[in-house]
Design a binder for this molecule. Structure first.
Ligand SMILES: [Zn+2]
Length: 292
């Protein structure tokens, strides 16, 4: 099909040149300033794009949860708690103009929380599950929510998409070229490179993003008046559970860095977070246990 569109060698070269010019334009026009670090960063998307993308994902997810009979925002007390924590924390976030919205999903087996680009925070009931439970106190729940809010502020989703797009487009271009040239070896090579890129490089970046979200989230929670010692405590608990080879059904955490490494990294930044907590004008009495 593709081969019939570009038949002559000159036509092929022209098509390839057009593709490369497009990729260069795409690559050079996307530098923006990171809201959290203040440093230049590549991101092809605006905050408005993120709000639109996140809204679409959210509508799809709620539709999917409806088909699985997982109730969305039905447990008034937990919805209120998750929303209270979210609004306390976003008051101290870097991007204040996003329409943040917290959602509680009644799925007791799913120990998880998500952030969607644009400000949707989704917390699942499994977080409360006493057997599978990740968190035991309000401070610990605040640490999870703050981590998700940090992902939104660091714009990790759209930065990751941007990072993947350019090399993927280049490799796709190379693959198209190899196909046009009917070069089987090159097709194999570029196809293989694409797999390696997506498997290794993208995962390594997302681990770095996880550590950044841990650190930034711990500062947010501390400024909002939640005791930041809760953050390393969660990861120590998970590391101990992993040592005992207890299967933790933390699906989203499978690409995360090692749990003990996270606790260690958080520990390094704890003195700074504790100073922010001491200076916070309001303390949230977050040591109270979550009602299972
Ligand atoms: Zn994360």
């Amino acid at each position: 099909m593709v081969r019939h569109m570009v038949t002559s060698p000159a036509g092929r070269r022209l098509a390839l040149a057009g593709l490369l010019a497009g990729l260069l334009a795409l690559g050079s026009g996307c530098t923006t300033t990171d809201y959290v670090t203040g440093k230049p960063v590549r991101n092809l998307f605006s905050l408005d794009d993120e709000v639109q993308m996140g809204g679409q994902y959210y509508a799809d997810m709620v539709g999917e949860l409806g088909r699985k009979d997982a109730p969305v925002n039905q447990d008034a007390a937990r919805v209120a708690l998750v929303r209270e924590i979210t609004s306390n924390i976003v008051a101290h976030a870097h991007i204040t103009q996003l329409p943040y919205q917290a959602t509680f999903v009644g799925d007791p087996e799913f120990v998880n929380a998500y952030a969607l680009p644009g400000g949707h925070i989704m917390v699942f009931e499994g977080i409360w599950n006493p057997k599978l439970g990740l968190v035991r106190t309000v401070d610990e729940l605040a640490a999870v929510v703050a981590h998700e809010i940090a992902h939104v502020n660091c714009r990790h989703s759209t930065e990751a998409i941007t990072r993947q797009m350019l090399p993927n487009l280049l490799l796709t271009g190379a693959l198209v070229w190899a196909t046009l040239e009917e070069d089987d070896d090159m097709q194999l090579l570029f196809g293989g490179l694409m797999l390696v890129h997506n498997g290794l490089i993208v995962t390594r970046y997302s681990r770095r993003d996880e550590l950044e979200a841990d650190r930034v989230g711990m500062m947010y929670m501390a400024r909002a008046g939640y005791d930041p010692r809760a953050a390393p405590r969660i990861w120590q608990r998970i590391a101990r559970a992993s040592d005992r080879q207890t299967a933790m059904p933390l699906s989203i955490f499978s690409t995360h860095p090692r749990d003990d490494l996270r606790a260690q990294e958080l520990g390094k930044h704890l003195p700074e977070a504790l100073a922010l907590y001491e200076a916070a004008p309001v303390k949230r009495n977050g040591t109270r246990p979550l009602v299972p």
